[in-house]
Design a binder for this molecule. Structure first.
Ligand SMILES: Nc1ncnc2c1ncn2[C@@H]1O[C@H](COP(=O)(O)OP(=O)(O)OP(=O)(O)O)[C@@H](O)[C@H]1O
Ligand SMILES: [Mg+2]
Length: 312
């Protein structure tokens, strides 16, 4: 296992109260695997990713990276681990410094992690080519690139210090549909050639299916279901996953009647005041009175399929 996360919590203390952004998240990521993390906007996907690589201080739980507990490591002790775990950000426009050239952006992590200086320039050229750009583009600024090209620069920056694991935080959702597949395919090729492990965040179940070995479905700070990707799509168990899948267009019209459309009632509750017990119960079509006072844990339902609902 490259990563083992147990009971991870991240709360934010805000003037309005405590936001329960990540509220007991557990999963494992095997070496070379892609784990998809999906859920609606605001359910805590980015906060999970950022807490795992210790951009945020966790408020509970444990993070084991390659067998070592990094939950409480100081910034200084984290430095060798930061080299091994990188992040690709959601918005390639906001995540690249507009005043730095592409080359300087890619070189920056090499400086931070003390890679030999005489290798930087060659390595920048190599990385630019690796992500489908050319080395002459090193002197250009972010605004001179398209959205897809900017994300390629963000990927090159993440790869600069040869990480083993990358948190890909919705790396294509800000891009034109026409170039999303190119970037996803490139990430898959890079994974194979470099032996990378990915935590791949998305809010769209259909886009994550192809790239993920397994998928974790998140709702209001918790994982409600986790299973092999094909298994999840063919046999969704949790009422939330069922509703998410019913929102995915089905290409084969003959099969469309097999998925009954489950409309969720109401809005996602606020993470400031999550419902007691199972926090999905306020929108769950199968909710029972006891759901307000039980805290469902992920249970093994067989076949490596985990679901946090005792009633399925
Ligand atoms: N720095 C912060 N301070 C206070 N609250 C925060 C902070 N970051 C995130 N939150 C809150 O935590 C919750 C989870 O946010 P997060 O960004 O992790 O969700 P997400 O699943 O990544 O959403 P999206 O799909 O929109 O990117 C939200 O309620 C959000 O408002
Ligand atoms: Mg996010």
């Amino acid at each position: 296992m490259i990563l083992e996360v147990t009971g991870l919590k991240k709360y934010f203390d805000t003037p309005a109260g405590i936001v329960h952004s990540v509220d007991g998240v557990s999963f494992k990521l095997a070496k070379g695997e892609t784990l998809g993390l999906v859920g609606e906007s605001g359910c805590g996907k980015t906060t999970t990713g950022r807490t795992i690589i210790r951009l945020y201080e966790p408020d509970g739980g444990r993070i084991i990276f390659d067998g070592q507990d990094i939950t409480r490591k100081s910034s200084r002790d984290m430095l060798p681990f930061r080299k091994r775990m990188q992040m690709i950000f959601q918005d390639p426009y906001a995540s690249l410094n507009p005043r730095m050239t592409a080359g300087d952006i890619i070189r920056e992590p090499m400086i931070i992690h003390g890679l030999p200086k005489d290798e930087h320039t060659d390595r920048v050229s190599h990385l630019l080519r690796l992500v489908g750009l050319n080395s002459e583009q090193a002197g250009r600024y972010p605004h001179e690139f398209s959205g897809g090209q900017r994300q390629r620069i963000g990927i090159a920056r993440a790869l600069a210090v040869e990480p083993e694991m990358i948190v890909c935080d919705e790396p294509v959702s800000a891009l034109d549909v026409s170039i999303q597949a190119q970037i996803v395919n490139m990430l898959e090729d890079l994974q194979k050639s470099l032996g990378l492990s990915y935590l791949f965040i998305a809010h769209d179940l259909s886009m994550i299916r192809h790239i993920s070995t397994r998928v974790a479905v998140m709702y209001l700070g918790r994982i409600v279901e986790l299973s092999g990707s094909d298994e999840l799509y063919s046999r969704p168990m949790h009422p939330y996953t069922v509703s998410l899948l019913s929102a995915v267009p089905i290409p084969d019209p003959d099969k469309s009647d097999m998925r009954k459309l489950v409309a969720l009632k109401g809005e996602v509750p606020s993470a400031l005041n999550p419902p007691s017990g199972c926090n999905f119960r306020t929108r769950c079509p199968e909710a029972k009175p006891e759901c307000s006072h039980l805290t469902p844990e992920l249970e093994d339902k067989g076949n490596g399929h985990y679901c946090a609902c005792p009633f399925v």
